[in-house]
Write a protein that binds this ligand. Structure first.
Ligand code: MN
Ligand code: MN
Length: 402
């Protein structure tokens, strides 16, 4: 049920006011942006104090368009609080000639989530062992820092999210094979490969980065290069699409970290789906910051930063959210469709502490004395909650925009 204020907000011209606070906004203003960010325009009365920006949209960043695809990034330059993680959204074109992200490497580890389509990825490690796999919607890969790799779309094309374990990473700052050779004296290149200068006369004069090339053979086995040193011992892809979710009445979650994806030593993640009206319950992470990517739906999150400060942000598909280390938060589905998002951590393990479970495992008399409640409250607490979404959450007067 939407409140009267919410109905006025969505149906009429939203105004930053209520009966006792604020006032109308006569403009200049961007009403469509105001509608997208109702919790900034009319914050919940519980919001307080100065909190850094914890929200950025891929719609607000420069998109690099090239033959073969496009790429855009949200790094610490766009979202300064995001020191642990940088995110890249990348598209490789479909067709008989498909988009290739050129053979390259970088100083940071790369974790990826396939958003649509299918790609073939390859890599080689320092022992001369190789790797190749096909990744589909909902699947992952992880390339450790310094490991060279490639990504090519199959005929249907693909789009994916790349996550790097350093907020200052830039996708425009990678080591590219074509660029390296264009910056090496040609006689050295010829000597290195033991070929004539004529063989090399068509080397690219600068980076390719993205380009179009014939689609890879549909069957992976037909594209396989056998290494005398074998395959990489820890597989660089993980088929998260095949992992059974933890299901609850209010949604579901898949958790993936170095426990089930051993190669992924610096990135842990949860793929969370919250049904309309549900929340990812009040919790925090005792190990590191959280970087979020919203895949579908609409939601909002309030972050409690201690020092009596909190701020609420609204999110929709294509947005990035951030929660600095240890800060308390929830994520509510405010739309009419499932809210699906990724929680990403620069860590080898996923871990959270749930407010509900913490209180359930504390002497009830002590909890009652803290919160001025009686056993009707403490009896509802859940000791065994291995699940991170509370089902059937109803919006109440307490969280109405006042
Ligand atoms: Mn890369
Ligand atoms: Mn969280």
């Amino acid at each position: 049920m939407k409140t009267n204020i919410e109905n006025a907000f969505w149906n009429g011209l939203p105004q930053p006011q209520n009966a006792t606070r604020g006032g109308t906004d006569s403009g200049p203003r961007d009403v469509s942006r105001d509608r997208e960010n109702p919790d900034l325009l009319i914050p919940p009365i519980t919001d307080k104090g100065t909190v850094p920006n914890l929200h950025f949209s891929f719609s607000n960043v420069h998109n690099r368009l090239e033959e073969g695809g496009w790429t855009r990034e949200i790094t610490a330059r766009e979202l300064p609080v995001s020191t642990t993680i940088a995110g890249i959204n990348m598209r490789l074109r479909p067709g008989q000639l498909t988009g290739v992200r050129e053979l390259h490497w970088h100083k940071q580890a790369e974790w990826a989530y396939m958003i649509s389509g299918k790609a073939r990825i390859t890599a080689v490690d320092g022992e001369g062992r190789n790797f190749a796999d096909d990744v589909k919607i909902g699947d992952l890969w992880y390339f450790p820092a310094g490991i060279p790799h490639s990504i090519q779309a199959h005929t249907e094309g693909c789009e994916f999210l790349l996550v790097f374990d350093d907020g200052m990473f830039s996708e425009n700052d990678t080591f590219l094979v074509s660029e390296w050779l264009s910056r090496t004296p040609l006689d050295i290149v010829a000597k290195n490969f033991g070929v004539s200068l004529e063989t090399l006369e068509s080397l690219p004069p600068k980076e390719k980065y993205f380009f179009l090339a014939p689609a890879p053979p549909e069957t992976l086995a037909n594209d396989e290069v056998i290494s005398p040193n074998g395959r990489v011992p820890q597989w660089f892809s993980y088929h998260l699409s095949q992992q059974a979710p933890i299901k609850v009445a209010g949604g579901q979650v898949k958790i993936v970290d170095s426990g089930n994806f051993p190669a992924s030593k610096t990135i842990a993640a949860a793929l969370v789906e919250v049904q309309p009206g549900g929340i990812r319950e009040l919790h925090w992470h005792p190990n590191t910051d959280e970087w979020q990517y919203y895949l579908e739906g609409k939601g909002r999150m309030t972050v409690f930063t201690a020092s009596d400060k909190a701020r609420t942000f609204d999110f929709r598909a294509g947005d990035v959210g951030y929660v600095p280390f240890a800060m308390g938060h929830y994520v509510e589905n405010t739309g009419d469709t499932p809210l699906i998002f990724l929680e990403i951590f620069r860590s080898d393990r996923f871990v959270d502490i749930l407010l509900n479970q913490w209180l359930a495992l504390t002497p009830p008399e002590l909890v009652q004395a803290h919160l001025n409640v009686d056993e009707s409250f403490t009896n509802t607490l859940s000791k065994n909650k291995a699940i991170i979404i509370q089902p059937d959450y109803k919006r109440t007067e307490a969280i109405e925009r006042d």
